[in-house]
Ligand binder design. Structure first.
Ligand code: GDP
Ligand code: MG
Length: 394
């Protein structure tokens, strides 16, 4: 048994993805790697992956019926607890799949919501996640009821079932509107808090999940934000005042982005995103050692484009160069590693936002001073405009 055995019992799962015109084989492999990591974060170990090549998902069962049977046989032979689909399932698909497999079926959204629920610490984060969960549940209520009905042997039929669904739906709708009101209240409080911070320059760390934002936050602010090698370690926004040379600014660490982030979650994390929206400067952190970091960059950019109107001053930071070097150590000897970095600085990557990017290692504290001084320049420029009478500071 590994060290995890002391934690809660791990469930076993299998993953299911589709190769389509939109997502080729390499992408699906990448998505399923990430899905496996998500599953692990939620506490499930992946035993096997099932991939099918199709023109489009099957309306009734997502995968074809032959594939579903293959999955079924495997699940029974290996006593699998959980089947996770990489794409969103409709109520109908979910119902049909559950009917065949007779075990827990989740899609990527359920899984992300589940992780968020277990990570939420403050009342605010908890309310946000609860709201998102109810909103995701609402259109899928039919399935749950049909499911119950089936267990009861199909008696009761249509009438009572409909009544039950209706009253369930009302209960949930009431819950949703109450949660929305609660959130509005907290949002207002948080807006006031942000307002009280005055005109201080604001910097927000953004990026894909697990790239090292919280680690960098801790390093820059000498604080102690929770960081670990799991997805979504931090759900709540943390804001710290930091002083660069003699110029103060506010640095915030935010929830990481991820591909196919449930729409409901983007909506309900409004306040977190407000922090990004109202920031003067973004530090976009990338994990250069991740094989899909380019994709991750684009996911973050497009999510940002949805929530912020204008292009903001952005510093691109490539983190984990230590890991990147290790990956290349078999081809490039150690003494040439400095050159590797120089080479990187010559590439297109170094000019992603039309500006020079910084290559760092947050855990090894490499090139942090370079980042600090670039940030200082940017913050100082904004500060000088905002507080013209303070210019004696510089
Ligand atoms: P976040 O999700 O973006 O906030 O990422 P975290 O700060 O929680 O870090 C995710 C994981 O990456 C943790 O295990 C960190 O220790 C690790 N990590 C962060 N920075 C570096 C780095 O520069 N090099 C390496 N090798 N690992 C890092
Ligand atoms: Mg974090």
């Amino acid at each position: 048994m590994d060290s995890k055995s002391t934690e809660e019992k791990q469930e076993t799962c299998i993953l299911v993805g589709l190769i389509t015109k939109e997502q080729d084989e390499d992408h699906v492999k990448e998505y399923l790697d990430e899905l496996a990591f998500l599953a692990l974060t939620a506490g499930a170990v992946t035993q096997k992956r099932f991939v099918q090549r199709v023109d489009k998902p099957n309306n009734a069962t997502f995968v074809g019926s032959g594939k579903l049977e293959e999955i079924n046989v495997y699940c029974r032979e290996h006593d699998i607890d959980l089947i996770i689909f990489d794409d969103e399932l409709s109520a109908t698909q979910l119902r049909n799949i559950e009917k065949v497999l007779e075990r827990k079926v989740l899609d990527r959204n359920n899984l992300i919501l589940d992780i968020f629920a277990s990570r939420a610490k403050t009342a605010y984060a908890k309310t946000q996640v609860e709201l998102a969960q109810y909103q995701y549940l609402l259109p899928r209520l039919t399935r749950m009821w049909t499911h119950l009905e089936r267990q009861k042997g199909g008696i009761g039929m249509r009438g009572p079932g409909e009544t039950q669904i209706e009253s369930d739906r009302r209960v949930i709708q009431d819950k949703v509107s109450k949660l929305k009101k609660d959130l509005e209240k907290i949002d207002k409080q948080m807006a006031t808090q942000r307002g009280n911070r005055g005109a201080m320059v604001r910097v927000a760390l953004v990026g894909y999940t697990n790239v090292g934002k919280s680690t960098l936050m801790n390093l820059l602010s000498k604080s102690d934000v929770f960081a670990e090698d799991k997805l979504f370690a931090t759900l709540d926004t943390t804001v710290r005042k930091i002083v660069l040379e003699n110029v103060p600014c506010l640095l915030s660490d935010t929830v990481g982005f991820i591909r196919k982030l449930p729409h409901q979650l983007v909506e309900s994390f409004k306040s977190t995103l407000d922090e990004v929206r109202e920031a003067d400067i973004l530090i976009h952190v990338l994990d250069i050692s991740h094989p899909a970091f380019e994709d991750q960059y684009h996911v973050v950019k497009s999510t940002l484009a949805e929530i912020t109107m204008a292009d903001k001053t952005t510093i691109v930071v490539f983190n984990k160069i230590d890991a990147y070097r290790k990956q290349h150590s078999d081809i490039i000897p150690e003494e040439h590693h400095a050159e590797l970095l120089e080479e990187l600085q010559q590439t297109w990557m170094a000019k992603l936002e039309g500006e020079r990017a910084i290559f760092i290692s947050a855990t090894e504290k490499m090139n942090i001073e370079e980042l600090r001084s670039l940030l200082y320049e940017k913050v100082k420029a904004i500060h000088a405009v905002r507080f013209p009478f303070n210019s004696f500071l510089y």
